[in-house]
Write a protein that binds this ligand. Structure first.
Ligand code: SAH
Length: 328
C-alpha cells in the first residue's frame, strides 16, 4: 500500500488509461513527495489516489544523523513491523543507501545485532523501494546495497523486483549490490536468472567450515564449498568479481594463519575481499587496526585483492551489523 505500490495504484486507477501508471511511477521514482506534485495527472485521479493509496508503504518513526553525516531511518510497516535503512555520505560525493530486505532476520550470525531481534516477515518490493525513495527525497542517491536487516536471498523475488526498478531512481545495476550469507536456493536463482549486471557480495567471515559454522550457523546447512562454487559460477557466467565480506573479530578469525587460509581458499581473479572492522554488538572485541593491517598484508602478499571498509554511522548504531530495533 504505497503511492509507489503500483499494484494498488493500478487497482485504484483501473478505469483510466494504462499510461497513468507510468506517470505515477515517473513522479514517485524521481523523488516526488506528494500526489499534488503529479501535475500531468487529472485532479480527479490525484484525489482518488490521495484517498486510497498512502504515499509510502512505510511510516517513518525516527531518524538520526551521525557525526559523519550518515542518516539512519527507522520505519514501520503498516502492521507496525520495524526496519531500518541507512544513507551513507562519502567524501567523494557518493551517496549510498543501505536497505533492509526483511523486518528482522531468521538467521543467527553471532556477531550481528539483527539476528537477535525477532524475525517478522519479508518486505515487499515496494517496501524496499520506499526506503530508497525516502532518502532520494532528501538528496540524489547513486548506490544501493542490500546490506540492511535480513537475508536478501530468502526474499529473492521481492528483492530482485526492487533491484530491477532502481535505475528509475538513478541507481544503475552496476551500482547495486546484493549481499548474502550464501543462502543457496536464492543464490542459485540469482546466478541463473538475473542477467542484469547487479553485483554480488558474500558474507564469508571465516576461511573454513568449522569456524564459519561456529559464528554463522547457516553454514551447517550450506557449507563453504557449495557456496563458493556458486560464486565462481556467477563469475564465469557474468564476468564480474564477487565481493567477500570478512568481519574482523579479535582472536576469532583474524590471525595470520586465517589470512593464509583465506588466500588459499579464494582466487584473486574471482574474489575481492572487503575487511570489515567489527562494530560493537556486545559479543566480541574487534581486531585492532594493526591486526587488520597485518591480515591485509598477508592477502596482499598472496595477490588476493582487498580493501578495508570505511566505518560509517557507528555513533548512531547505523554501522554494519548494528541494525536492530530495541525492545523489538
Ligand atoms: N544477510 C545478508 C545481508 C546483510 S549484509 C548478509 O549477511 O550478507 C550486512 C553485513 O554486515 C554482512 O556482511 C554482515 O556479516 C556484516 N556484519 C554483521 N554484523 C557486523 C558487525 N557487528 N560488525 C561489522 N559487520 C557486521
Amino acid at each position: 500500500m504505497s503511492r509507489v505500490d503500483l499494484d494498488l495504484v493500478a487497482e485504484v486507477l483501473s478505469d483510466e488509461p494504462s499510461y497513468r501508471l507510468r506517470q505515477v511511477w515517473e513522479w514517485a521514482s524521481r523523488g516526488a513527495s506528494s500526489y499534488a506534485e503529479m501535475t500531468n495527472l487529472p485532479a480527479r485521479s490525484r484525489a482518488l489516489l490521495e484517498e486510497r493509496v498512502p504515499f509510502s508503504s512505510l511510516k517513518l518513526e525516527h531518524e538520526a544523523t551521525s557525526l559523519d553525516g550518515t542518516v539512519k531511518a527507522l520505519f514501520h510497516t503498516r502492521e507496525g513491523h520495524p526496519l531500518e535503512a541507512v544513507l551513507m555520505r562519502f567524501r567523494d560525493g557518493r551517496r549510498s543507501v543501505c536497505v533492509s530486505s526483511q523486518s528482522g532476520c531468521p538467521l543467527t550470525c553471532t556477531f550481528c545485532a539483527t539476528g537477535q531481534m525477532r524475525f517478522r516477515r519479508n518486505l515487499s518490493a515496494w517496501e524496499i523501494l520506499d526506503q530508497a525513495l525516502h532518502f532520494k527525497r532528501i538528496e540524489p542517491i547513486d548506490h544501493v546495497v542490500f546490506m540492511g536487516m535480513g537475508e536478501p536471498m530468502l526474499n529473492f523475488d521481492q528483492v530482485i523486483a526492487a533491484a530491477r526498478r532502481l535505475p528509475d531512481l538513478g541507481v544503475t545495476h552496476r551500482r547495486t549490490t546484493i549481499s548474502t550469507v550464501g543462502w543457496l536456493p536464492g543464490l542459485t536463482r540469482f546466478v541463473d536468472e538475473v542477467d542484469e549486471p547487479i553485483r554480488l557480495a558474500l558474507s564469508l567471515h571465516a576461511p573454513a567450515d568449522a569456524l564459519r559454522s561456529e559464528i554463522m550457523p547457516v553454514n551447517d546447512r550450506y557449507p563453504l564449498d557449495d557456496v563458493l562454487a556458486e560464486c565462481r559460477r556467477y563469475f564465469d557466467l557474468r564476468g564480474r568479481k564477487v565481493f567477500v565480506e570478512y568481519v574482523m573479530l579479535e582472536g576469532v578469525n583474524d590471525s595470520a594463519e586465517h589470512a593464509v587460509e583465506l588466500a588459499e581458499l579464494l582466487d584473486g581473479n574471482v574474489f575481492k575481499v572487503n575487511l570489515i572492522p567489527y562494530n560493537p554488538t556486545g559479543m566480541y572485541d574487534g581486531s585492532s587496526r594493526d591486526a587488520i593491517a597485518r591480515f591485509k598484508a598477508v592477502l596482499d602478499g598472496a595477490r588476493l585483492p582487498s580493501t578495508v571498509r570505511l566505518t560509517r554511522g557507528r555513533d548512531i548504531a547505523a554501522a554494519c551489523g548494528q541494525l536492530a530495533v530495541e525492545a523489538a
